[in-house]
Design a protein. Sequence first.
Length: 545
Amino acid sequence: MLSESLSNSITLSFFIEEPDGILYAQYVPAEAAAVPDLSSLENVLQDSEYASCYIDNPALLAFAKLCRDSKETQKLQIGQRKDAEFTLDLAEDLLSASLTLIPAMGGKPVGTAVNDALREQGIIHGILHKELDAALAAGVCENLVIAQGDTPRQGVAGRLEPLFGTHKSEITQRDELAVIKFRELSHLLLVHVGDELMRRIPPVQGKFGMNIRGQVVLARPLPDMAFGANLQGAAPSATNPDLLMATNAGQPVVVDDGVIVNPVLQVPDVDLSTGNISFEGTIHVDGDIKAGMILNVTGDVIVNGLVEAADIIAGGNVAVKGGIIGLAERKPGTQNLSGTTSRIKCGGSVQALFAENAHIEAGDSIQLEQNARQCELIARKEIIVGKPGSNVGNILGGKTQAALMVSAVSLGSATGTRTQIQVGFDPYRDVQIHDKQYQIGRKATELDQLIKLQVFFATNPQKAAGGVGEKVEAKRVHLLEELDILEKELDELEAEQELIDKASVKIIKKIHEGVEIQIGRQKWQVKEDAGPGNYQLHDGHIAII
């Protein structure tokens, strides 16, 4: 259809060519007619039936320039008639659908196409009719949710809740330089017959959901929690099966499926009269542990006297009111301790008055009130030697390793004795990483075997009858979950930068020449005596912070 002319003669016209709906402008020069400029073109278009079409403004400007100097007919594409468009996006979990509407520009509206698309996609549940109708009426929207499924409500996992009070580590909390209080060393958490140990809180199963196609979405099933069948020193209450009670007195220890109660063994000394001791519980030694003896317990070791060149392995803490004294002989040509020195390894903390020629490993921390001479000290968290305000608290010789902190009144000696201090890494981390890698490899092999079995079932379905196929699938899913957990734990073990950033070596009074400090991978050899300081990594180098 032609537009209205700019003069009495029709010199300017607009029309659409089908089937593509291309909008053209045409100008026929005439002597009595004014030449159209951009403003007049826009005004005529605005008053025409093509006002709602898509207009290509740069093309319109180009047409105006052609008309200005032209002596012959000019025709140019300046726009297009566009129908309304829409996109319907379904979430991967089919719990929602979103609509984007692009309005028509001189063309047709979407009409019933959106509703038709919903039916084609099988969307029958959770359609938000009010929002959808409003969007269709407006003719435009972007990523508007028009269907919303019912998300499954996950349940609350069951748990086993200890009832016997605070953990011993909470009782012995102290600041980094606190005085060791020996009256606390013999404190044991004990329970008596009939004491409540643990409460079983059953899981609350989740609620199933429904996706926008009307399909049920299962909530993850939660396993039930149960007390172990044969817990040492403990059993469920006769009147309340969700309550675990102590059946004998002793020290409670939380295990995966409940609590066991270890009795406490008390002896005057550990020597030839007792022989080597292996005990599932806690041992309290009124006197000394003599040289050459071996003590292996699952609980704590409390010693009122001295520990000589003996071997102690403890699942809990080791507390020695006196000192730990090993033999000073070394293997010829080495700096290593002799095979007959004092050796202590525990899962918790080691506390003692002092240590000489000893190898001590602690899963938590090592705290010595006085000195550590020619020792190998390894702690998962921190090592503290000395107390505030004291001139005693020296680490002299040997190697001291801790993940987070080593603190001492002084390090080394005036004679330049080699003394190694290392912080910023977990001494047990490599073993744990190797264990996780082994578990991942073993479970991956098991998963591969299950997948091969499922491939066999696909060609031999009769072999999967009787629930066999379902059991194999359930085991496969369980293995995938276990692998995911193991891989996350491995990633956490391999991330050591945070540990390095927090690690420090604190000297209260003095550090001597001959001391070597290592934080993470950075080493610093002390060349001359220096005063107090807190050494940490700063910009990749060891510095006083």
